[in-house]
Design a binder for this molecule. Structure first.
Ligand code: UN1
Length: 513
């Protein structure tokens, strides 16, 4: 990694050999056992972080609670100014942070930069939004009364994020939470702890330069145990969690058990429907990027292609030819399309999925396999694979976080494809490739895709931050990022004001004393 300027990047981001807190001393609390971060790129130790102990956690939450008391008093547009400065710092650090994302997580450098760009974009979005946290006004049924609603800061927001988008998902939450007047406590994935340290170092500079209470942004390091402290904590009104459906069910139950709010963004099983009217060239680009981008480790990754029988062979041949062009290797080298999986456990899951699809009656079209030899020493590099399968196969129903694409065939009308597309437990992203307006509109209608995201003539991944991001069914129902996703970060209050000298009751009730 040295030839890619990683040492300089780590220095710029303030990453030390052992990280206990931030470079500025803000939120400098973690004092527990060492958590080492190894790169899936070359298998080397990058650096370590100290984990957050129970006592460290307590101090962190107290600091966050103190910060909230002050931060909620700052007018929203001024909080927007803080987020604007954070966005500026991200621009300054885009190269370094993008490189770290690529090196610690394994996604291509382009995608590492793209992820930081998502952070910058959500900051811009949030700055504008900080002057638009609108409520409605209503007409009261009582004379001389006024009704309106307003949004107040909520409190501490707990953020649990996954390894695959180690920095962007945090920023979608924090940028909106901060303009809303909330403070954040973040538990990044234990697989990408240095990305957490780097982000915290960047925001710590903004906090320091603006003399803000340090608990606005808190970082806790560790595995699910520290996450459990967060989800069970009654001082935290909102938990935003991104990860597997398995994890989400545990989080949801714990948070619901104390009647807290949760925002869940969980697994997907995303499909592209390819109709007889599809542009094949566009389909191939969208499908291949969707399936192999981030080595198939996006929650929006394309897992299934549902292809009309009349063009099935044509699409299949074009895909097989495209997969032959893929270059797999060091993601920091911009000539490569596909980097490693996150760790060897992910490699095992990938291999198991390929065995299962064959055992369940599928046929391998593009052979998979784990790569070895020079450049592949980490043991995390695998070949993107394609299999012909049936939607009913247990493995097809399941989200495998790896570059395995299933081809499914449909016949007849687009409704048959939609039924297959909807015939899974997950409901995140979906797409249709067609130049037929009727088919496209049917796909988008109430009887069409049941996913939170439904696209026409683009793939399933790579959503822009301006839209609400999330999905239905086992994807968890949460919406992050754009549109009105900010509302969950605030508490809504309905106010009725009487400016008369009488006290009439609503619903015409008479109560005379
Ligand atoms: C995720 O994989 O958790 O739509 C997020 C996309 C990205 C975000 C993915 N903008 O693919």
């Amino acid at each position: 990694a040295s030839q890619f300027g990683m040492k300089e990047a780590l220095e710029k981001l303030g990453i030390k050999t052992i990280n206990e807190g931030t470079s500025t001393g803000v939120n400098n609390f973690s004092s527990g056992e060492i958590l080492e971060s190894y790169s899936p790129v070359d298998g080397k130790l990058i650096a370590s972080v100290k984990m957050t102990t129970a006592e460290d956690y307590e101090k962190t939450i107290q600091t966050a609670a103190e910060a909230f008391k002050k931060f909620r008093l700052i007018p929203a547009p001024q909080r927007g100014e803080i987020v604007r400065q954070f966005g500026e710092k991200l621009r300054e650090n885009k190269q370094a942070l993008g490189k770290l994302v690529s090196y610690e997580m394994g996604k291509s450098l382009q995608e590492g930069f793209g992820e930081v760009q998502e952070m910058i974009d959500i900051c811009d979005f949030a700055v504008g939004l900080s002057r638009q946290l609108h409520g409605l006004t209503m007409h009261s049924e009582r004379p001389g009364h006024r009704m309106y609603e307003q949004y107040h800061p909520l409190g501490i927001v707990g953020i649990i994020s996954a390894f695959n988008f180690p920095v962007a998902v945090w920023s979608w939450n924090t940028a909106l939470a901060w303009i809303s007047g909330d403070v954040c406590v973040w538990k990044p994935s234990e697989k990408t702890p240095l990305c957490g340290i780097a982000c915290q170092n960047i925001i710590a500079q903004v906090i320091k330069e603006n003399n803000l209470p340090e608990g606005i942004s808190c970082l806790i390091n560790g595995d699910y145990k520290i996450g459990e402290m967060l989800t069970a904590d009654t001082r935290i009104p909102l938990i935003s969690a991104t990860g597997s459906t398995r994890m989400g069910k545990i989080v949801a139950q714990t948070v619901a058990g104390r009647l807290g709010k949760s925002l869940l963004e969980l697994g997907g099983n995303n499909a592209i429907i390819v109709t007889p009217d599809a542009d094949i060239k566009m389909t191939v680009i969208g499908a291949v990027f969707g399936a192999v981008g981030t080595a198939g480790q996006r929650c929006t990754s394309t897992r299934r292609l549902i292809i009309h029988e009349s063009i099935y062979d044509k699409v299949k041949d074009a895909l097989v030819a495209a997969y032959r062009q893929l270059r797999i290797g060091n993601p920091l080298d911009e000539n490569n399309h596909v980097g490693p999986l996150i760790d060897t456990h992910a490699v095992e899951m990938y291999a198991a999925a390929l065995n299962k699809v064959v055992a369940q009656g599928g046929k391998i079209l593009v052979e998979g396999g784990v790569l070895s030899g020079e450049g592949y020493e980490s043991g995390c590099y695998v070949k993107p694979a394609i299999a012909e399968a049936e939607n009913s196969f247990e493995i097809v129903q399941h989200e495998t976080f790896a570059p395995v694409l299933y081809l499914l065939k449909y016949s007849g009308e687009v409704e048959n494809a939609i039924e297959i597309q909807n015939g899974v437990a997950q409901g995140l992203s979906s797409a249709i490739m067609t130049n037929n307006l009727r088919e496209a509109e049917r796909f988008l209608s109430a009887t069409g895709s049941d996913c939170g995201i439904a696209n026409v003539n683009i793939g399933t991944s790579g959503a822009e931050i301006g839209g609400a991001f999330g999905g239905e069914k086992e994807t968890g129902g949460g919406r992050e990022s754009g549109s009105d996703a900010w509302k969950i970060y605030m508490r809504r209050q309905t106010n009725t004001i009487n400016y008369t000298t009488n006290l009439p009751l609503a619903q015409g009730i008479k109560f005379d004393l």
